[in-house]
Design a protein around this ligand. Structure first.
Ligand code: CP
Length: 312
């Protein structure tokens, strides 16, 4: 089905066929993202960036995507500089913003905020991360990175390492990988395990999921090592954070036992989980992953805002 005019709040909003179509479209966007080819299908469009939580990659790659396609952006990069400081609600802010722009890309610290924004807006809303909830466009670029490296998303053994409790990128990615038939290995400190509702959903999808607490064993058999940061900002208790901070680290000795084709991914920012020496190895895929954010978000915006028929 066409994505024209649709919201993207959760990765569950996309079928496998729609994801495959977006990934194919994103490959064609690479030369435009690199600036070697010009196309301006969004020349009459304004996209609002409503970021109520810090971001480097997501906001700037969305802005680059809009501008590479000839569109323009209006941006909230600091909630403290908006009238929310005077008590305006998120609902009113988004409702008003939807009369200024053709689509809204929103990040917010509260899980569920993107769903609320989609109700407030009569323009498409794209979730750029809502608390510990979802980050569906990150998942699309994660899948693009794996597909580029392996030519397939089926049959890969993917280790999800780190903060699986609060990490919204893994919450979205695990669901998508299950749809494509890849195997998931969960590797986290005991207090940061994937929440039971996500495990239940993966079981329901028939996903092959296992738990491996020994990081060396997990890495030895992996095709993809997807590393995440401990999400310090989600912890209610500083002691709980301190107990797990620095409890895992990917470095050259660890990767010595890996398959030669292993790729190491990370949504970034990293905060010590991947040693800088890994950057120089053929395993490092995280900076390519960060670049692919641009063509993937271009493909998505082009489908949502382009001239295709309106979806359901
Ligand atoms: N991957 C990601 O969401 O990065 P930012 O927080 O910098 O946007």
């Amino acid at each position: 089905m066409s994505l024209h005019g649709r919201d993207l709040v959760s990765i569950r909003d996309l079928s496998r066929e729609e994801i495959e179509r977006l990934l194919a479209a994103s490959r064609k966007m690479v030369p435009i993202a690199e600036g070697t080819k010009v196309a301006t299908p969004l020349s009459d469009k304004i996209v609002a960036m409503a970021f109520f939580e810090p971001s480097t990659r997501t906001r700037l790659s969305f802005e680059a995507a809009v501008q590479r396609l000839g569109g323009r952006c209006i941006t909230i990069a600091d909630a403290g500089a908006t009238s929310m400081r005077k008590g305006e609600s998120l609902y009113d802010t988004i409702r008003m913003l939807s009369s200024y722009a053709d689509a809204i890309v929103m990040r917010h610290p509260n899980e569920g905020a993107a769903r609320l924004a989609a109700r407030a807006s009569d323009r498409p809303v794209i979730n750029a991360g809502d608390g510990a909830g979802q980050h569906p466009t990150q998942t699309l670029l994660d899948l693009a990175t794996m597909q580029e490296a392996f030519g397939t998303l089926t049959g890969l053994r993917v280790v999800l390492l780190g903060d699986l409790k609060y990490g919204r990128t893994v919450h979205s990615l695990a669901y998508a990988l299950a749809q494509f038939g890849s195997e998931l290995v969960l590797c986290s400190p005991p207090s940061l395990r994937l929440p039971e509702d996500h495990r239940e959903e993966l079981r329901h999808l028939g996903a092959r999921v296992s738990v491996e607490e020994d990081i060396r064993k997990a890495v030895a058999e992996a095709d993809v090592l997807y590393v995440t940061r401990v999400q310090k900002e989600r912890f209610g208790d500083e002691d709980e954070y301190r107990a797990v901070a620095g409890s895992y680290r990917v470095d050259a000795p660890l990767l010595a036992g890996a398959k030669s084709r292993l790729i190491v991914m990370h949504p970034l920012p990293r905060a010590g989980e991947i040693a800088p020496e890994v950057d120089e190895t053929p395993h490092a895929a995280y900076f390519r992953q960060a670049f692919l954010a641009v063509p993937v978000r271009m493909a998505l915006l082009n489908e949502i805002l382009g001239s295709g028929r309106r979806g359901g």
